[in-house]
Design a protein around this ligand. Structure first.
Ligand code: NAD
Ligand code: ZN
Length: 354
């Protein structure tokens, strides 16, 4: 089979023939119809994360081994199953849950494999979906998608799933105003999900006017353009004005760079919650007394659970959420897809159809 692999960080992906996977035990092989291109694939391609002050966290120090096939948003059909795999037959349309952990620890057994201390996520710690076929460690990580368009289904495994986790954290205090920073693959899903599952007014912030127009079409009540030289505090003043003058009940930062996190903190009302999701990275200076005096919560959100992914499949099948596809590429176009994402030329999710 053919696969597009990162052989070395910052070098073009190699599109080459690799051995076909053969399922053993509970394993299942899926024929990949669609693989979503997440900004996290770009961080993997770049080799790690910006920790601020010139420091860089290498993914190899988190346990990644190159060469690796990226792609954690995978939809397709079952090709073959190992002798102990149950519940699926060849040809079944499925979405892959990619955030697998050890499967045995208390966190995994409570249903939060995405938060396991020993992550085994697909497209990161094991080969993912930028390939004609992919090996899934167990039938337990598949979900049926029925007649859902596989291109649209891919987002439900990461972009929508992560947004769902973040919106639940943001909505914990029954908010009136939720601010979504970043109108990319995740942020646009954040806007849609916040409108679908809360009664909050949603303010969306991005550098790019065209993306904000799309955010409005996907349900945003207000938008704030943060480009053109406006500093983080000026952007926060505009957001606060839109949120009734007191500020936002919650801000979800799908970028999480110094400027956006600063805007997020300064846009919060008293008792507000800042949910950090993006991995753009960098550092932030925080005046410590403001946190207790304003009773602010700062928390992180990392992907989501299998159960939430299945719930999202249900919402998508009912048409409540509808992921937006930016562009489709063949496997040979994998480098172009990552370049287009990096240059911010895409609105919504790019899809690779191997
Ligand atoms: P994307 O490239 O599709 O979208 C990023 C958006 O942010 C774009 O619309 C861009 O215009 C906007 N943006 C960039 N810099 C900005 C700034 N300074 N101010 C305002 N807007 C800005 O990316 P994505 O796939 O949506 O992923 C977003 C981030 O979330 C990435 O860092 C990704 O790795 C991370 N991520 C985190 C998780 C998690 O579980 N925490 C899961 C998936 C992705
Ligand atoms: Zn992702």
């Amino acid at each position: 089979m053919r696969a597009a692999r990162i052989v070395e960080p910052q070098k073009p992906l190699q599109i080459s023939d690799v051995e076909d996977p053969v399922p053993q035990g509970e394993e299942v092989v899926v024929n990949v119809r669609s693989a979503g291109v997440c900004h996290s694939d770009l961080h993997l391609w770049e080799g790690g994360y910006d920790m601020g002050d010139g420091a860089f966290l290498k993914v190899t120090d988190r346990g990644v081994r190159y060469p690796v096939t990226p792609g954690h948003e995978i939809a397709g059909t079952v090709a073959a199953a190992g002798p102990r795999a149950a519940g699926y037959s060849a040809g079944d349309a499925v979405l892959v849950y990619p955030w697998m952990g050890c499967g045995r620890c208390p966190t995994c057994r409570a249903g939060s494999e995405n938060l396991c201390d020993e992550p085994r996520s697909m497209g990161l710690f094991r080969d993912g979906g930028y390939a004609e076929k992919v090996l899934i460690p167990s039938h337990r990580y598949l979900a049926r998608i029925g007649g859902l368009d596989p291109d649209e289904a891919t987002s439900l495994a990461c972009a929508a799933l992560t947004a769902y986790t973040a919106v639940k954290k943001a909505a914990a205090a029954s908010p009136g105003f939720i601010v979504v920073i970043g109108a990319g693959g995740l942020g646009l899903m954040g806007v849609q999900i916040a409108k679908a599952v809360t009664d909050a007014e949603v303010v969306c912030v991005d550098l790019d006017e065209a993306k904000l127009e799309t955010a409005k079409r996907m349900g945003a009540d207000h938008t704030v353009h943060s480009g053109a030289g406006a500093g983080p505090e000026e952007v926060a003043r505009r957001i606060t004005g839109l949120c009734g003058g007191k500020g936002a009940d919650s801000v979800i930062d799908f970028v999480n760079a110094p400027a956006t996190a600063r805007t997020g903190l300064s846009s919060l009302r008293k008792r507000g919650t800042l949910v950090l999701v993006g991995l753009f990275g960098g550092k932030l200076d925080v005046s410590l007394v403001t946190i207790p005096l304003r009773a602010i919560t700062i928390q992180g959100a990392y992907t989501g659970s299998y159960a939430d992914m299945v719930e999202l499949v249900g919402l998508a099948r009912k048409g409540v959420i509808r992921p937006r596809i930016a562009r489709r590429y063949g496997l040979d176009g994998a480098n172009g897809a990552l370049e287009d994402l990096k240059a911010r030329r895409l609105t919504g999710r790019a899809i690779i159809n191997p």
